[in-house]
Every structure is written in C-alpha cells, then in structure tokens.
Design a protein around this ligand. Structure first.
Ligand code: CP3
Length: 343
C-alpha cells in the first residue's frame, strides 16, 4: 500500500512533515451532534446502524483537523455473538447480567465469523472508506483478550479486578480456555475489519496495568502475542494500555508497530526504555483539555520536546477524551501539535 498519510508513515517510523494526531474517543459525548443523535438512539443502536456509525465516525474528521479516523464501535461488540448478553445501563456503563465464572460457560462460548455476525460493522467501514478523502486513514480496533476477559468475568467495569485475578490464579485451565477463545475471536475480528478496508488497527488492553510484570508475562503475553502474530501484517497495529509503565518491554515483546502509552509516564523516558525500533503514541492527560488554552499549548509542546524530532511519534491523549471537554480546546490542541511540530 502506498503510504502517503502522515499517520501511516509515523506508524512505520518514517519522517513526516508534522506530527500526526488523533484522539481516543474522538467521536463521542463531548460533541453536540453526538449528544443530539444519542437522544434518539441508544449507544448500541448507533453502533449497529451502519449509516449512523459512519456519520459519527466522520464528525471529528469534519470538525477537527485530525490525521486519522477511528471507526465508531465498541470493544464489547464482539462479545454478543460469542453468546454473552450485553447491556449499556444508563449510569453504570456496560453490564453483563450473566458473567462468566465456570468452565461450562466457557465451553459454550462461540468463536464466530465476524463478516456474517457483525455485518453492520463491515458495512460502516465500507461507507466511511467511500466517504473519506483517500488521504485520511481509518483505524479499526478491538479489545485485547485480558481487557475483554475482565469485563465478562466481573460483569462490568471493576476497581480491583478481584474476580478476574481470582479466576486467573485459581482456575488456570479455565483461564487458558477463555483467553484462547477470546484470542481467536479477536484475530478474526481484526482481520475482518482489515478485509472491510481499515488501514491501521489499535488493540486496547486498557485495564492490563492492574497486573504485575510477572503475571502479565505468565497469563496475558502469550495471548496478546498470538493475536498480534495472527493479524494481517499489511496494516500497522498500535498496542495500547494504561498504567503500563512497568509492562512496556513485555508489551513490545507481544508486538505492535506502535506502543500506546498513557499520561502517567514521561513519553521521552518511555520511548528510550522501549527502544527506537518501535513507534510510540501518546500521551497528553485528557484532563488537561479541561483547563485553559495556554496550559494545553504548554503541555502539548512539552510532550513534543521530549520526542526530539524523532520519526515515529503519533500524538494522542493518554486515554479517551472526557465527556465535558470543550470542542474549541480540542481544536487548539490539534493546531498546536501541527504548528509546533512542522519541520
Ligand atoms: O475512539 C473512538 O472514538 C471510537 C469509538 C470507541 C468507543 N469505545 C465508543 C464509546 C472506542 C475505540 C471505544 C473503546 C472502548 N470501549 C474501550 C477501550 C478504550 C478505553 O477507554 O480504555 C473500553 C474499555 C470500552 C468499554 C466501554 N464502552 C465503556 C466502559 C463504556 C461506558 C463508559 C463511557 O465512557 O460511557 C462504553 C461506552 C462508549 N463507547 C461510549 C462511546 C462513545 C459512550 C456511550 C454513550 O453515548 O453513552
């Protein structure tokens, strides 16, 4: 594939005219148009209606000067066709009424064909690719096996991951069976998105930072590596986690052209530790976007300075954009990154 896009070039550590930027959760509740749509449709309805998902995907492309689009969906979407009932409750976020706790439930989980079972996602990707200028790359994504396992074992979001870790430590055979099935689903899910037209992938292992490095290596790394090894190599993959400072070397071992880091690390130190044979994505604290334009500018420049002009940095937040973020602050961030990094 011809790689004229700054984002795709940066994923491959090639020099670019400026540092490309996109934002995790760049399509969401901080946008007026999104909130208006959400009054009419539930979140899952929006994910499952290709025209709506495509429309929401394009909002940040139209309103901000981001350098990549990310398909509007959710990491929990592939769990439903596995046979896990999913609900988004008004205040709680995602809820699984029948969490996975036993081997016989794991045996019953289906490893499915995403093209047949999730046609709405493939259609949304097709619409977005037709609508987008050929210079704007589209990112597909999936949750990583550990982060998905944590949701279905806990039954929703968790603070201490007591049940997930308990399962992992005390029920090794069931853990391996679950992680094996999730890995296979994630491989198929990511490859189907590449087949439908996405030009890059992000693997979200959002909650794996709750583990120590030994447990990451023992219980998670083999599965994340299996996923990344199993994914179409024609597109770059961003391997992202939060609270991952002590896991970075092992995440690199699992794979990915790009490692995504949160704001808790110094980006320059993290890159030095990872080595410059991998690209890096990050890492402005999303809370900074709630402050003043002056502070946003200062913090963005501070991160760019730590990169020292090396090719292979993709600017992003350290985690998803927060719902009450002012849109003009986001615009200011993107302008600052583009102007200040221009070479
Ligand atoms: O980045 C993008 O703009 C693409 C869309 C996207 C969403 N979720 C839309 C969404 C992506 C990439 C995700 C990933 C996702 N989903 C992750 C990994 C990233 C991360 O934050 O660590 C996780 C853990 C989830 C699971 C999830 N989805 C939770 C916990 C919640 C509820 C919390 C919340 O922020 O509302 C969701 C819902 C969700 N996913 C919304 C959006 C826009 C809000 C839904 C609404 O309109 O109410």
């Amino acid at each position: 594939m011809e790689e004229q896009h700054s984002f795709l070039k940066a994923c491959r550590r090639q020099p670019t005219e400026y540092t490309p930027i996109w934002l995790m959760r760049q399509a969401g509740r901080y946008m007026k148009e999104y909130r208006t749509l959400r009054r009419r449709y539930s979140f899952l309805e929006m994910c499952k209606t290709p025209e709506l998902a495509a429309k929401v995907t394009l909002l940040p492309v139209e309103q901000l000067h981001v350098d990549a689009a990310i398909i509007f969906s959710d990491i929990l979407i592939p769990l439903e066709p596995m046979g896990i009932e999913l609900e988004f409750a008004a205040q709680e976020g995602p809820v699984f009424r029948h969490p996975i706790r036993e081997m016989k439930q794991i045996d019953a989980l289906r490893v499915f064909g995403p093209e047949e079972e999730l046609p709405f996602l493939m259609e949304a990707i097709g619409i977005v690719r037709r609508e987008l200028d050929s210079t704007m790359p589209l990112i597909g994504f999936s949750g990583a096996p550990f982060t998905l396992a944590s949701y279905i074992i806990e039954g929703g979001h968790s603070k201490n991951y007591v049940l997930t870790k308990g399962f992992m430590y005390q029920n090794r055979a069931a853990w391996d069976a679950l992680m094996g099935k999730l890995s296979e689903v994630v491989i198929r899910y990511l490859n189907a998105q590449v087949g439908a037209g996405v030009q890059a992938l992000q693997l979200f292992d959002s909650w794996v930072g709750c583990l120590n490095p030994h447990d990451y290596e023992e219980y998670v790394l083999p599965y994340s590596k299996k996923v990344i090894d199993g994914v179409d190599k024609s597109v770059p993959l961003i391997h992202f986690a939060t609270s991952s400072a002590t896991l970075l070397g092992k995440m690199k071992q699992a794979g990915g052209e790009v490692i995504g880091v949160d704001w808790r690390v110094d980006l320059g130190d993290a890159w030095a530790q990872l080595g410059y044979d991998v690209a890096i994505q990050g890492n402005l604290d999303p809370v900074v976007l709630l402050s003043s334009p002056e502070l946003i500018e200062r913090e963005a420049k501070r991160i760019l300075c730590r990169v020292e002009g090396r090719p292979g940095h993709i600017f992003n937040l350290g985690h998803g954009i927060l719902p009450n973020t002012p849109v003009d602050h986001v615009v200011r961030l993107i302008e600052t990154v583009h102007q200040y990094s221009a070479r």
